[in-house]
Design a protein around this ligand. Structure first.
Ligand code: ATP
Ligand code: MG
Length: 414
């Protein structure tokens, strides 16, 4: 009887998980085709019957251009099963930031800033990202949509966006409670002495609520069955370099990357010799992309002879990319690279298809890690935190290569 009940609970849990809103995030360098690929993915999912929302977190929205129709700060119906939204920071501020914003305003006014400047300054850098996250959290939790496709701002901002929950957690655990307790004690005297308002309890309460909501998002985002990040790139040197960097950065934060989309490949029907050299260059870059991101699936789309605007063309773009696959599937389940802190060192683990240590070579060139084994070559751009450390150990353990970074002997000291 007990066993049966346990099985039921387990099945319910699996069902809950499967039924939860799926989230896809598209990231990449400026101009590579993120908005087009996000919109195409959403169109395709909606055609397959999934209630889909495509939302842009980039302040310079271009979803409306991609669909060639106005899209507002609330989800608007674009087509059957398909909604679009361009998040408006000002609206989000009014919704989430009320007491905190008022406090900052009061504080800045008291310091002599005029009302308009105080209003501008009370919006802190990074808040656009924070509010985008909150909106996505709300949508994911109310389960109105089966799928949320997020068209992100260019890579750097996406990295910032995804780091926010960790920063919030750090602040809440290390600073917030102490600061709140101290301010409570010293407020009556300090306000008189400093002639400056200090945050009151309702401000702290609003902040606490906000931080907890942000922290919840991390759980949604690192759940690999729910959230996948897809990297969009073009076969160009600078674009690849940025994607490689993003790849290790995202792995450091343990986000699930499940595919790479290479957009703007020269199509086979172009035989003009003018493009011959370009074709060679692209083939080389495609090889680098394979070496950098395998075993992630790599999907491609060609350079079109026109702009890709409107549902019908977007649907064709999605057919090229996904062929007969469902874009909402998780295309890769494992961790292609994992980076874990270990007593002051970092351990980078890569699954590798070989077991013989003798022909393995690893070296670091600038911020690039190269692993070579016979014909196999793998390039990874290291995140800054690792590139500055020495590679102290390289071991093969079963099916993976374990690289330990960190010059100091923290392990022995601990
Ligand atoms: N495969 C393609 N062939 C031809 N044109 C394309 C292709 N992919 C995208 N485009 C066009 O390139 C332009 C830029 O694409 P898009 O807006 O999707 O890039 P983005 O990465 O979102 O840019 P941003 O970083 O500015 O947000 C658009 O006009 C789009 O129609
Ligand atoms: Mg865009």
């Amino acid at each position: 009887m007990k066993k049966k009940k346990e099985k039921q609970v387990r099945e319910n849990r699996v069902r809950e998980k499967r039924d939860g809103t799926r989230i896809l995030l598209f990231t990449g360098k400026g101009g590579v085709g993120k908005t087009s690929v996000s919109a195409a993915t959403a169109v395709r999912a909606a055609e397959m019957g999934l209630g889909t929302l495509v939302v842009s977190t980039d302040a310079a929205h271009s979803l409306a251009d991609s669909f060639d129709r106005p899209i507002g700060p609330e989800p608007v119906l674009i087509d059957k099963n398909l909604w679009g939204q361009e998040i408006d920071v000002n609206e989000q501020i009014a919704k989430n930031w009320g007491p905190i914003h008022n406090f900052f305003m009061k504080f800045l006014r008291k310091r002599g800033f005029d009302a308009i400047i105080a209003d501008e300054l009370a919006i802190l850098p990074g808040m656009e990202e924070v509010f985008s996250l909150l909106e996505i959290r709300d949508h994911a939790l109310d389960e109105r949509f089966d799928l949320i496709v997020i068209d992100c701002a260019p890579t750097g901002d996406t990295a910032r966006l995804l780091a926010i929950p960790d920063i919030a957690r750090w602040y809440m655990e290390r600073i917030f409670k102490i600061e709140r307790a101290v301010v409570k004690r010293i407020r009556p005297m300090a306000e008189r002495l400093l002639d400056t308002p200090l945050p009151t309890d309702d401000v702290y309460e609003a902040m606490e609520k906000l931080f907890y909501r942000i922290m919840e998002i991390k759980e949604l985002l690192v759940d690999r069955e729910r959230t996948s990040i897809r990297m969009v790139l073009n076969p160009e040197k600078m674009v690849i370099k940025e994607a490689q960097r993003a790849y290790t950065f995202l792995s450091l934060f343990d986000f699930g990357i499940d595919a790479v989309v290479v957009n703007r490949l020269l199509p086979d029907e172009i035989t003009d010799p003018y493009y011959g050299k370009w074709r060679e260059i692209q083939a080389e870059h495609l090889e680098t992309i394979r070496r950098s991101f395998e075993p992630l699936p790599i999907m491609t789309s060609r350079l079109w002879d026109q702009e890709i605007v409107g549902c019908s063309l977007l649907s064709q773009l999605a057919a090229e990319i996904y062929q007969d696959r469902n874009p909402a599937d998780v295309f890769f389940h494992g961790r292609p690279v994992s980076i874990t802190p270990d007593n002051g060192r970092y351990v980078l683990e890569l699954p590798v298809p070989f077991a013989d240590r003798s022909e393995l070579e690893t070296w670091i060139h600038g911020d690039e890690l190269v692993v070579r084994y016979k014909n196999y070559k793998r390039n990874l751009i290291l995140p800054r935190s690792l590139a500055n450390l020495e590679l102290v150990k390289a071991e093969l353990t079963g099916k993976s290569l374990r690289l330990t970074f960190g010059g100091q002997d923290h392990v022995e000291e601990a």
